[in-house]
Design a protein around this ligand. Structure first.
Ligand SMILES: Cc1cc2nc3c(=O)[nH]c(=O)nc-3n(C[C@H](O)[C@H](O)[C@H](O)COP(=O)(O)O)c2cc1C
Length: 203
């Protein structure tokens, strides 16, 4: 299947059959998910695989969305605050710069402004690491004849407690995965791309 076909065929599936997803297939999909780019190749994404009926029921009730219970697999995607201080993160970036560009460590000096900016950016990058992998997973799933749906987390504290996330692990989103019960009744439409494009500057 061509990538463009997978992109066009993907839709948010909210009705799943009982057919189980083989574990090997699930692991292959996650492997492909992790081929996505990530900030400084940190792959700051971890996945909790949820197949237990009671756990899925909990999620369905929490989000008030029955397909969370119906889907054979739900993936809780998380990201980790693994570098507690900005200094730690800068160190990592220094090493990264060296490896990729062959720059000597003393050539990479962060300004105060950069440190401040990094504090803010760090959190945004973490989410992007996860998001990129989710899209990979969804497109790979299409190729394997599976369907998915991306869901936001509604009750962060509830999820943290229920799935025993450590303090530095942040829940990002849920993905339902399985075989569709029936084809979608309708497909969502997109805005004309010209409405979303700005050439060179916004206005
Ligand atoms: C961040 C995010 C949160 C979403 N949350 C939900 C959700 O809670 N429940 C749901 O059924 N779909 C959810 N979706 C799926 C969107 O509704 C869907 O992608 C959009 O309507 C376009 O339809 P399509 O995916 O079928 O092309 C979410 C998608 C994203 C990216």
């Amino acid at each position: 299947m061509k990538v463009s076909e997978a992109i066009k065929n993907r839709y948010s599936c909210r009705s799943y059959s009982d057919k189980k997803v083989p574990e090997k297939l699930l692991l292959d999909l996650l492997e492909l998910a992790n081929q996505a780019p990530s900030a400084a190749n940190q792959q700051n994404r971890e996945f909790i695989i949820i197949t237990n009926k009671e756990n899925k029921k909990y999620l369905a009730k929490m989000n008030n969305q029955p397909h969370l219970e119906q889907a054979p697999v739900v993936i809780l995607a998380t990201t980790k605050l693994s570098h507690e201080t900005v200094a730690d993160y800068l160190k990592l970036l220094e090493n990264w710069e060296m490896t990729v560009q062959g720059i000597a460590p003393d050539k990479f000096k962060a300004t105060k402004e950069f440190e401040d900016e990094l504090k803010e950016m760090k959190y945004k990058w973490m989410i992007q690491d996860v998001a990129a992998s989710i899209e990979n997973l969804m497109l790979a799933a299409i190729e394997k004849g599976l369907a998915t749906c991306w869901l936001g987390v509604m009750d962060f504290q509830g999820i943290i407690e229920k799935f025993r996330l450590p303090k530095n692990v942040v829940p990002v989103c849920l993905i339902t995965l399985g075989y569709e019960k029936e084809p979608p009744k309708y497909r969502t439409i997109r805005k004309p791309i010209t409405e979303l494009i700005h050439w060179e500057k916004y206005q």
